[in-house]
Structures are given as structure tokens and as C-alpha cells.
Design a binder for this molecule. Structure first.
Ligand code: IMP
Length: 194
């Protein structure tokens, strides 16, 4: 496809926006986000899987802005919990749950369980006037028995990426981005728009 001049990201999260801006700017691509459309309604993430939510958000924002639109959805899949919290990661401990509530619930559900393997999975959807694409990135690891580290967000303090001795919350943001689910999905997208 021809390289777009401007891309829209369906996110108001300043971390995600800045991260993406840093890689798109050298490619000569401008980034707009929901921060540029403060009056727009929220898209409900009510689909049964990450792919559905990401595509729903990207389609909605493409219709609204006419710009090639990017949206992502992420879940933590824990094997001993049959893939939970998965697509429900943001509201695992309830609709108003904080990151801490969710982490506490996860540790308590896993208490006494020997198998702690898990993965973060991100799906990025990209919608233009004539194309729709999905890109996936995953990061394998284990859930610790206690929280460690102050950086990052969400489940970072209890996620130990494979072959690392540090949790995501103990890694610098550069180190995390290099190996993370979202970093890998975004990398595939960048290779695509080349
Ligand atoms: P979202 O799709 O990026 O909004 O992510 C949904 C939920 O997954 C968030 O509310 C977090 O709880 C969790 N999550 C997403 N990405 C990460 C991450 O990189 N580290 C830790 N938790 C994350």
C-alpha cells in the first residue's frame, strides 16, 4: 500500500500515542488521536475477542475521521485459568476495578497453583478506505507470586517475561517495548506500511 501521510490512533492514552509518534515521525507520518476529537463518544469494547474489539474501534474511527485508523486491544491469558482474564483483562475484578484490584484478584485465583504460565497478546487493527488488516504480537511469561517493581501499568508487577529475571514493572520502558506484545504487534504494522 502507499504510505499514508497521516494515521489516526484510536486511543487517548498518552503513553501509547507518544510511543507510536516516535516511530512514525521519522517515516514522515503524522499521528492524530482521540485527543484531537475530545467530543467524540467512546466505543464500547463488547466483542467476544481481542480481534473483534480492535476491528470495531478501528472501523468506528475510520468512519468518523476518514483517516487510515489504527486500534489495539490487549489481554493477559493465563493457562491455569483457561485463558482468563483474556479479553476481560481491564475489568477482571469488576467494571470499576483498578489495576491493583485486578492484580490482587489474579494472585488470589492462582494461589496454590503450580502452573503459572501466561502470555500477553495484542491485536492491532488497521482500517483504510479499501483495506482491513490485523496484526498480532505476543509475549510469553509467568505470573509471579508477589508484585515486584514500580514501572509500567496494569499487570506489569506480576508478569515475568520468558528468559528474564525481572517483571515488566522492573524493566525500563525501552526494554519492555522491545519484547512486549504491543511492541511486537506495532513492529509488524510498521513493516507492513514500510
Ligand atoms: P488495552 O486493550 O490496552 O486497554 O488493555 C486492556 C487491559 O490489559 C488493561 O487495562 C491492562 O489491565 C492490561 N494490559 C494491557 N497492556 C498491558 C501491559 O503492557 N502491561 C500490563 N497490563 C497490560
Amino acid at each position: 500500500m502507499t504510505k499514508p501521510e497521516t494515521i489516526f490512533i484510536a486511543s487517548g492514552n498518552p503513553h501509547k500515542i507518544e510511543e507510536l509518534r516516535q516511530v512514525l515521525q521519522p517515516m514522515g507520518i503524522e499521528l492524530k488521536s482521540t485527543q484531537d476529537f475530545p467530543d467524540a463518544e467512546e466505543v464500547e469494547e463488547d466483542q467476544p475477542d481481542l480481534e473483534g474489539n480492535a476491528m470495531k474501534k478501528a472501523r468506528f474511527w475510520f468512519q468518523k475521521t476518514g483517516l487510515p485508523s489504527l486500534a489495539d486491544d490487549t489481554g493477559l491469558e493465563v493457562d491455569a485459568l483457561d485463558g482468563a482474564p483474556g479479553v476481560y483483562s481491564a475489568r477482571y475484578a469488576g467494571d470499576q476495578a483498578t489495576y491493583e484490584d485486578n492484580v490482587n484478584k489474579l494472585l488470589s485465583e492462582l494461589q496454590g497453583k503450580e502452573n503459572r504460565t501466561a502470555r500477553f497478546r495484542t491485536v492491532v487493527a488497521f482500517v483504510t478506505h479499501n483495506e482491513e488488516h490485523l496484526f498480532e504480537g505476543a509475549c510469553e511469561g509467568k505470573i509471579t507470586t508477589e508484585k515486584r517493581g514500580e514501572k509500567g501499568f496494569g499487570y506489569d508487577p506480576v508478569f515475568l517475561p520468558e528468559e528474564y529475571q525481572k517483571t515488566f514493572a522492573e524493566l525500563s520502558s525501552d526494554e519492555k517495548n522491545r519484547i512486549s506484545h504491543r511492541g511486537r504487534a506495532v513492529q509488524k504494522f510498521l513493516e507492513f506500511i514500510g
